[in-house]
Structures are given as C-alpha cells and as structure tokens.
Design a protein around this ligand. Structure first.
Ligand SMILES: [Zn+2]
Length: 428
C-alpha cells in the first residue's frame, strides 16, 4: 500500500510505501499497489500514551480495553499504558497478564499494563514488581497513580527494586495530608468559592523529595501530570544535576485554568473541570508550556480518565475527578504549543511518540518514520477547525472539558504496523 502526499513531520509532501507492516520506501511519486491519498496531511509516528485509564477490569461502565483503545486510535495513538488503579488493582502478574491478554484480543492499539507499586494501591507493602516485570506483560512502568506513594521508605525501595529490570516508577505527586478534602487549586478562586484548596506545595514537596531519592539510589523516576510552575523549577534543577528524571504534562494543564471553576460557558461549579491534579493558574500554564518546549517536561500524557455520567453530573464536592483526553490530545497540543509557535511537528512527535515510547521501553513504537521502521503512522490534518462533539467519541465516557469548543486539527488515519485502525477519521 502507498500513502500519497503526506508531509512527514510537516516537511514537503512525499509518498510512503508500506509492506509487511513496515515502511518499505519513502519518496516522491512511488509507483504501484493500492493507494491512499494523504492529501497534504502531516505524518507523525504513531502516538504513545504513558498514562491512560482503561478502567477494565472493574469499571466497564466507564471504559473497556476495547472502547478505550478505539478512543486512542481515533486520537492517533498506536500504544497506550494502562494505569493500575482498576478493580482488582493491577498489582500481581495475574492481573497485568489479564489486561495484556484483553489488549491482544480486543484492542485497537498496543496495550502495556502499568503495575501498581504497592499492594492494592494502599501504600503499605510493595507489590510483586519483579513478577510483573517477568510476566507476559513485561511491565516496565510502575505507578500507584490516583494515589501518591507518600511513604519515603517504600518509595526508596520501589526505586531500588525496579533498577534490576530497567523499570521506572511513575509518581502521582500529591502529599496526602496537605490535600485532605481538596477540591480545586488553592488560590484566590478557591477562597472566593469556598472550596478546600489543593496547594501547589503538595505536589512540589513530593517531586523534590522523589528527585532526591532517585538520585540517592541512582534509579529512574517519572513524574506524572506536572501542574505547577514550582514543580517545573524543581525538575529543571534536578535535571541540571544529570539525574535520571522524566516528567509529563497533560493537554488540559497546557490549556485550561482554575478560573473555569468560577466562570465558564457551562456555568460555575461545573464538575467537568474537576480533575486531579487540579487546573491551575494562567502563570502555571505559561510555565508548563515553556517547560514542554525547552525539554524540562519531556512528554505529553493524556491522563485519559473516563467516568460515567452519574459520577460527573452531580454536585461539585461529590463528583469524580478526571477528564477523557485521548481523542482531543493532539488538537489541544496544536492549540497550546504549535499555534503559539512553541513547538513544530517534529517537536510534537518527540513529545507524544518517541520519548514516551523510550520511557516505557517499548521497542516497536515511537520509531522515526524511516525505511525499515514499523509502520505505526498517524496522519493529521492541522488545517481544519472543528467543534468538539463528545457524542462522536469512541470512548464510553463523555466527560470532556472541551465540549462545544472549537479546536484545530483532525486525525485522518492511524496505522498500527501497517494495518489501518482509523481511516477518514473513522474506526476501521
Ligand atoms: Zn494521577
């Protein structure tokens, strides 16, 4: 098959010949075979998400491996890491293999289970990290995401343990005592609205501690969903020391701010904006964008967190935290980073495919679009602007903060090892 007239990383149009799941030839005017007109779309290496909640097993009313990966494919993803806070928790070889097998059977992209750091995400006892690493799922990313590994001794042990198999601990940085009952970013607006604040220092204190711990034991640390300007400063300092630390930011923290809780097109106190970590201030957003541009923050990860309507459309204090994100991620990154001149398409490919695959130690993903590479390809048309319509999502859940917003760009097609999972914007 030949994909015609695509601009690889935004360069001049060329054709890509795909054969046996790999890229066989790249050049102008390739001859022969079935053709697909790329019509000037940008070609990116298939996107890789380091932080997805697929909800299966246990909350199939919110999402399943099948619907979550359909959502991923529509967003241009060819691989996702499935977070461990399922029911049962993915804290044994048995559960991670179950998720891995569901992925092999039903998924529209590669599924790599994340293993829990502690048994039951309870923060008391290390989970079977080695057994999960040795399992068929070959787990390399470990996280209690949703909860913070707040015990410093356990965190140290986890960091030491994963070194044996080149794993990484991905920390949800949230000091629990400082955030007891927290409802939104602590600041002027939380004060005015009378909602308990989630202070920036609760994130920054854990990040600082964990950077020091990772340096002390010489291990790899990944920091989930960085949300404050202060966190950026700490990570910048830690990286300047040469420590082996990586960090992610979500699309929503690159675009949205906490004033939406007070005033938005969908009214005040709308739980669609309730997320953990919370939406922060304009100054934080500016710092996060600059950090993603200069490499202090390595990657974009969605933190796709589907919730059924009844868990979101309730009063603010009772509503679940989280937003779906797979199907809007690339558009939001275009809006926040490309349209602002902070990143070009090669930079987007690094941060949404190449580097997340490297952090997760995924061999066949995040490869540059070159002859011989697996044909994991996302075709993206950045020239259109469309209104976000959650009813068109493949995800089982609709909790998007972008409903009705006009965002740039559209995923035209996604190829997983040469096989289309999305064509003309629709699932295959
Ligand atoms: Zn988290």
């Amino acid at each position: 098959m030949i994909i015609r007239n695509v601009r690889i990383l935004g360069a001049e149009p060329a054709d890509i010949r795909v054969e046996n799941g790999a890229i066989a030839e790249i050049g102008p005017g390739l001859a022969g075979g079935d053709t697909l007109d790329g019509a000037g779309a940008i070609a990116l290496p298939g996107l890789v998400d380091l932080h997805t909640h697929l909800r299966e097993p246990g909350r199939e009313d919110a999402e399943t491996v099948q619907t979550g990966t359909q959502s991923a494919a529509r967003g241009g993803y060819t691989a996702v890491h499935a977070m461990a806070n399922t029911s049962p928790v993915a804290d044994t070889a048995g559960v991670v293999e179950q998720v891995w097998r569901l992925g092999r059977e039903f998924a529209h992209c590669d599924v790599h289970p994340v293993g829990a750091v502690t048994v039951g995400l309870e923060g008391r006892q290390l989970a079977e990290l080695g057994a999960m690493a040795d399992s068929a799922a070959r787990v390399r990313v470990f996280s209690d995401d949703g909860k913070c590994v707040d015990d410093a001794v356990l965190m140290r042990r986890a960091l030491e343990y994963v070194k044996a198999f080149d794993g990484v601990v991905a920390q949800h940085a949230q000091e629990p005592r400082l955030t007891a009952g927290a409802q939104m970013n602590e600041g002027v607006i939380s004060g005015r609205l009378g909602l308990t604040g989630w202070p920036a220092v609760a994130e920054e204190a854990i990040i600082a501690r964990d950077c020091l711990l990772a340096a002390h034991v010489g291990s790899r640390l990944h920091i989930c969903h960085v949300s404050t300007a202060g966190s950026v400063e700490i990570i910048r300092w830690a990286k300047s020391k040469g420590w082996n630390i990586t960090a992610e930011v979500t699309p929503h923290h690159l675009l949205l701010t906490d004033d939406l809780v007070e005033e938005s097109p969908v009214g005040a106190y709308n739980p669609i904006y309730k997320v953990n970590p919370p939406l922060r201030t304009r100054a934080d957003v500016e710092a996060l964008r600059a950090a993603l541009a200069d490499g202090t923050i390595d990657i974009v990860a969605t933190d796709h967190a589907p919730h059924p309507v009844e868990d979101k459309e309730t009063e603010w204090s009772a509503a679940a935290m989280g937003m779906v994100g797979l199907e809007t991620a690339l558009s939001v990154v275009q809006e926040a980073m490309v349209e602002t001149g902070l990143l070009d398409w090669a930079g987007v490919a690094q941060r949404m495919s190449v580097v997340p695959a490297r952090i997760g130690r995924l061999g066949g993903q995040g490869q540059p679009l070159e002859v011989g590479a697996p044909a994991n390809i996302t075709l993206y048309d950045p020239s259109v602007r469309t209104k976000v319509d959650p009813s068109a999502f493949a995800s089982k859940s609709r909790n998007t903060p972008y409903e009705g917003m006009t965002l740039p760009g559209r995923v035209v097609a996604t190829f997983l090892r040469g096989r289309p999972t999305v064509l003309e914007g629709k699932l295959v």
